[in-house]
Design a protein around this ligand. Structure first.
Ligand SMILES: Cc1cc2nc3c(=O)[nH]c(=O)nc-3n(C[C@H](O)[C@H](O)[C@H](O)COP(=O)(O)OP(=O)(O)OC[C@H]3O[C@@H](n4cnc5c(N)ncnc54)[C@H](O)[C@@H]3O)c2cc1C
Ligand code: FES
Length: 285
């Protein structure tokens, strides 16, 4: 099984103007913004793909899609992104107010290929801001719930205050998603798990022989998560990770995103673990 191939290069060279139509503060350093096109929509994005977002006058960064557009209405080509302020560009995008315009190029990269998990149990494991790129997987699975088996969502965050989408986590759990949440550092009143997210895997209910796993987070977390899933019996070929490297062009021209033989803007960010594992274990790469 492989991840879906990147589509033809369209809307890739010149940032298109998109207006910020909503901005929700998720945590102290993270917001979710919804964008509407001013000059005509870019081609549809699939879960797992990313856009290059421009804060005019400051710079451009890769940011994954974090939500699915509403199907069938004029909002269908709106884009949802969740971004954490870590440096100059993400801080500027984080501070952009509704009504202001930012530039968007894309869609870029491979998708999670959610469809290929039909008929299987679905295991989603996310660490920190890594919950943003896998959120559309959950939206897609819940929109076609009857077509999938057990759905497991395991989430890790630094502290309870850093947990993304807490309201949605509760709604997903109420709708039958097996939810496991853990934090590195508990706060007063926290009665949940404390520790790393791979520690939740032995307790999750899924059939490893009939499951597909979607994993996103810091690279060390993805390695230990993959190891725990493989120990449960899940084949590496049915485990996907989303890999991040510096991105510039987004279309396989500049080489900035190289990981061994892969250009992650084109061959990733979503990569089968069977292909990613040998590359992730080489420190120099
Ligand atoms: C395919 C892809 C998808 C991404 N999706 C998202 C997303 O959905 N939401 C989101 O918030 N971020 C996402 N990122 C990360 C985001 O692109 C970076 O945080 C951003 O490029 C930092 O740019 P900056 O100018 O704000 O900060 P910089 O000045 O470039 O960096 C500031 C600090 O952050 C560190 N940093 C930079 N990039 C990363 C990174 N990828 N991970 C951890 N630390 C980093 C730097 O080492 C530095 O210490 C994604 C990255 C890739 C490659
Ligand atoms: S970002 Fe230029 S080759 Fe990937």
């Amino acid at each position: 099984m492989s991840t879906a191939a990147a589509p033809a290069i369209v809307g890739s060279a010149v940032p298109q103007p998109y207006r910020v139509v909503s901005r929700r503060v998720d945590t102290a350093d993270t917001v979710t913004i919804e964008l509407a096109h001013d000059a005509g929509p870019l081609p549809a994005f699939a879960p797992g793909q990313f856009a290059m977002l421009t804060a005019y006058g400051i710079g451009e960064v890769p940011i994954s899609l974090s939500g699915l557009p509403d199907p069938g209405d004029d909002r269908a080509r709106r884009l949802t992104h969740t971004l954490r302020a870590v440096g100059a560009v993400t801080r500027a995008l984080h501070a952009t107010a509704p009504g202001a315009t930012i530039g968007v190029r894309g869609p870029f990269g491979t998708s999670w290929d959610v469809e290929s998990a039909a008929g299987q149990d679905v295991v989603i494991v996310a660490g920190g801001i890594g919950l943003a790129p896998v959120r559309p997987v959950l939206h897609a699975v819940l929109a076609g719930r009857a077509r999938y088996g057990n759905v497991v969502l395991l989430v890790g965050a630094r502290t309870p205050a850093d947990l993304l989408y807490p309201g949605e986590l509760l709604r997903w759990a109420a709708s039958g998603v097996q939810l496991g949440v853990t934090v590195d550092r508990p706060a007063d009143g926290w009665s949940g798990h404390v520790g790393v997210v791979p520690a939740l895997i032995p307790h999750a209910r899924f059939d490893p022989a009939h499951s597909v796993a979607f994993v996103c987070g810091p690279e060390v977390m993805m390695r230990f998560t993959a190891q725990a899933l493989i120990e449960r019996g899940l084949p590496a070929s049915r485990l996907r990770v989303s890999l991040e490297r510096n991105m510039r062009c987004g279309v396989g021209w500049c080489g900035h995103c190289q990981l061994g033989p892969l250009l992650l803007c084109r061959d990733g960010p979503v990569v089968d673990y069977a292909r990613a594992e040998p590359l992730m274990s080489i420190r120099e790469l």
